[in-house]
Design a binder for this molecule. Sequence first.
Ligand code: SF4
Length: 375
Amino acid sequence: MKHLTEYRDGEKAKRLAGEIQRLVTRPWAIMEVCGGQTHSIIRNGIDQILPDKIEMIHGPGCPVCVTPLDVIDKALAIASRPDVIFCSFGDMLRVPGSEGDLFKVKAAGGDVRVVYSPLDAVKIARENPDREVVFLAIGFETTAPANAMAVKLAHDQCVDNFSALVSHVLVPPAIEAIMNSPGNRVNAFLAAGHVCSVTGFDHYRPLCDRYKVPIVITGFEPLDLLDGIRRCVAQLESGSAAVENAYPRVVSEQGNVAAQTLLDEVFETTDRNWRGIGSIPHSGWRLRDTYRNFDAESKFDVAAICTRESTLCRAGDVLKGAIKPNQCEAFGKQCTPRTPLGATMVSGEGACAAYYNYGRLVPLNAPDTNVAEQA
Ligand code: SF4
């Protein structure tokens, strides 16, 4: 409880907002990369107490939202097989694929199970040697170590009926893609503290230097976020661009070295498709050759999957910060949490869900240009 009150103090929040107000002299756009930070900003009304000159742009850091449609469709195809027990975290079950979601597969008789750890999926595989057990391994650098551990465990214990459908994505290449985007408006980034708790933050420095963009590593509580924004504004107003660690209670410069060693043993980088955004070079992880026997995509014949995205959904524009969720014409009409058209309305970290759940229901005019074409 101490931490909750310590980082949610209303008076301190007002003081930080006042400092930001005193610092700012011109408009700045700051992107919070992580969907967890988006939810905290909207839930706590942080965007509403900031000066008008500061615009918060919601970034692509929601793992559920950026998992590509073809991976969801491959998951649906594998989960529909009678010989498969398909394991996933619960938030993936309602993510729409081209034709339905994992709940629909489960309702039709598929053995789809919600697990709380990928290690549970390995346990299920050990307990069901006559079935194939597949785990949907998605997410950023935060979730990857546990998924790597599950694959390594299955390898070391010869649990050959376990495999992982791997679709991991990485934050730094996404920041680079955003900075290279022709429509880019981002002047500074709040980097997600939990990602940096694994990776450290040394690798953000080249980005900072190349694009002259401040990157402040930030936590998730209201005071963490306000302090991160204050530091961004201070840098922007002084014309500097550096990596700052505003989350030292969790993040160290070197990060979690044991986790990094494990990740490097199990995964190698690969180009990755991001849902709604497209392919970003070197932005993902796949299994190394040593562990390729545990790759569900190779094990099951799902390469020829055809995908079909909703024509109404503008999640790609939302993920790139080109529009706010309530600038999508389907927001709150054809698309609600009960009838989601895109993953950003489903996920616990999705920007569309944040706007819907925390009452930002008034539609805003969408920009005239479709920025989706620009990236
Ligand atoms: S409101 Fe729905 S349809 Fe619009 S971008 Fe978000 S998820 Fe897609």
